[in-house]
Every structure is written in structure tokens, then in C-alpha cells.
Design a protein around this ligand. Sequence first.
Ligand code: SF4
Ligand code: SF4
Length: 366
Amino acid sequence: MAKCRLCGRVSPFISAAIGYCADCIRGNFSDIEGELAALHRDGRQREGLPPEVPKAPEGKGCRICGNRCSIPPGGRGFCGVYENRGGRLQPVSGSWRRAFVHWYYDPLPTNCCAAWVCPGCSSSGYPRFSYSRGPEYGYKNLAVFYSACNFDCLFCQNWSYRQGVGEGGLEVKDLARAVDEGVSCICYFGGDPTPQVVHAILTSREVLERNRGRVLRICWETNGGVSPPLLRQMADLSLRSGGCIKVDLKCWSEEMSLALSGVSNRQSKENFKRLAELHRQRPDPPFLIASTLLVPGYIDVEEVRAIAHFIASLDPSIPWTLLAFHPDFRMRDLPATPRSQALECLEVAKAEGVQNLHLGNVHLLW
Ligand code: SF4
Ligand code: SF4
């Protein structure tokens, strides 16, 4: 239970870490944006992460994601993965072919947020993109966790990535070696694959070349904030391999994105539009899948309605998973998503015209 510092409302769905309710974030953002920016900055500083998106007038530009950092000499970009060394943009790992990443095998079917529609876990895509008419029992997913992110979500459910940028890194060839005959799909996630996407693209090309003639899907789970030319390369790999891009549409309003994730969601929405056009080329198995975490009190019916309207206006057949939230990272004082909120959001999404809806993490609802 916390009190909104602006309107004074008291509610179990206001996080003390943020200190403001959703209505004040959307309606009075200019009054509180400085304080919200400081919240992200201070937290990141304590963890040894670059505190904010650098915009140095004479800095070196990075165009990998929508943050478009301009990094001062000797400084690092927001994700912590790139630095300006002698006026050149250099990966902290020492090479574009080396990334801060770890991997593991995940037996299929997995609990992936696209499992209900993907070739690895359902009947879609058989026989061209799947080994089996149903879930691919006996096969496995190569789960590739990139330890960096271009967002700073206070509700992050995978925040272990924040300790990830250190020494060394894994070479493309060493990650590619993990693809054995039992692997039928690769999922790049994290953190987010965006900052180190060049490494993932190089790995994908290498493994697809080496595994020509057999099913091997390339999939991504991302906030969608990558730059359009790199997005196109990610999309091409997924389109031809039968894989998918899972875009986390975290919220609709830019103010909510700045408050909860510390950065704008404009690039993510523009990219989603681009991907929706490609989705029409390959709706089965679905190429594009959306997901949204129902953070109580913040990702409310108003946010969900606007996202639903957006998806339905692009292509109502795009699958969309609404995910129940569990208290984590800086928003541990919130409860899990109430069942009533999840059901109301589903109804609203349906009413807006989205046809392919799913509720995930239902065991968390109360
Ligand atoms: S990848 Fe994004 S966050 Fe990282 S340095 Fe480049 S522009 Fe900044
Ligand atoms: S990685 Fe792709 S194919 Fe494999 S389980 Fe996830 S969505 Fe399905």
C-alpha cells in the first residue's frame, strides 16, 4: 500500500519505488519527469551501470538501438556494451564477434511466451518448419541469454542480466558449437538481444549455413527497440527459418515507458508496425507475436486498450500474450496481477478486435 505523492491516492497498486500512480504519470508527467529520471539514474549508478542515455555533443554515435547514444570519449553507452575508445565505437568485449552471453538447453515444449502458437510447441508450421505435427518432444531449444539491455525496466523479471557485462565474453564460433542435432530452435533473449544483436546475427548465419536442409528456427524475444536496418536482418533470419519475433509491447503511452522503463517506446512501436507488414507474408507459423506484462496499477486497462487498438489496426490475427506479473526487482512491493484485472484486459483486447489472445503465467493470478 503506498500513496501517490502527487494526487494523494492510497492504493495497493501504487509502488513506493515509483511514488506516483498511473493517472499522474500519464496526466501530469511534466511535473514529475525529473524525479522519475533521477530514480532510474540513481539506481543504475548504484549498480555501476551507465546512469543515463549519453548525449555528448561531440560524442561518438551508436545507431544500434533507438536510444541513439552519443558517447563521450572514454565513456560507455546506456547498455554498457559499447564505449568510445579513441573516437571509435568499440565493444567492451574487445570484438564484435564476442558477447556477454550465456546459454542452456530447454527441452521442447518450453514455457516460451509464444509456445501456444509456435512450431516447437504446437501443431503450427509442420512439416516445413517443424519435426512433428504437434510439440517437438525429444528436441530442444537453445536458449541464449544476452546479459545487457537498452531499457531499464523497474519491473524487470530477468534483472540478473544487470551483473552481466564484465570481462571476456563468448565467441560466435563457441555459441554456434552449442547447436547440435537435437536443437530445433534458438531463442535469443536476455536482458535483451538488442545491444549485442550483431553477435546473434553472425551466430545465426553461421548455424543456418552449417545446418542447411534441416529444421532450425531462429527466434527473438525483445523490447523491439533495435534500429530498423538490424531489425530487417533479424526478421529475414526468422522468416526463412520458420522462427518468430516476440515483441514485448510493454505499455502504450510514452510517459509510462519513460517512467517504468527509463526510455521511450517510440522505436518499439514503429518497429512493430514494420514487422506487422512482414507478418502478412508468413502468418503460419506466426512470424510476429506480441506480449505484455500486466503490471498491476500501471499496465492497466487504459494501456491495454490502446495496445489492443494498435495491434488490431495493423493485423487482428497477430497473436498476443498477456502475462501475469510477479513482484520483482524494484517493484517488489506490488502484488501479482489480480485475476479480475487479467480477465478485464482480455475482454477489452477482444472488444478492440484482437483475435488471437492468450493469458500466460495463470498460476500467478489471485
Ligand atoms: S546499443 Fe543502444 S543503448 Fe547501447 S550504446 Fe548503442 S544506442 Fe546506446
Ligand atoms: S524458440 Fe521459437 S520455436 Fe522454439 S519454443 Fe520459442 S517460439 Fe517456439
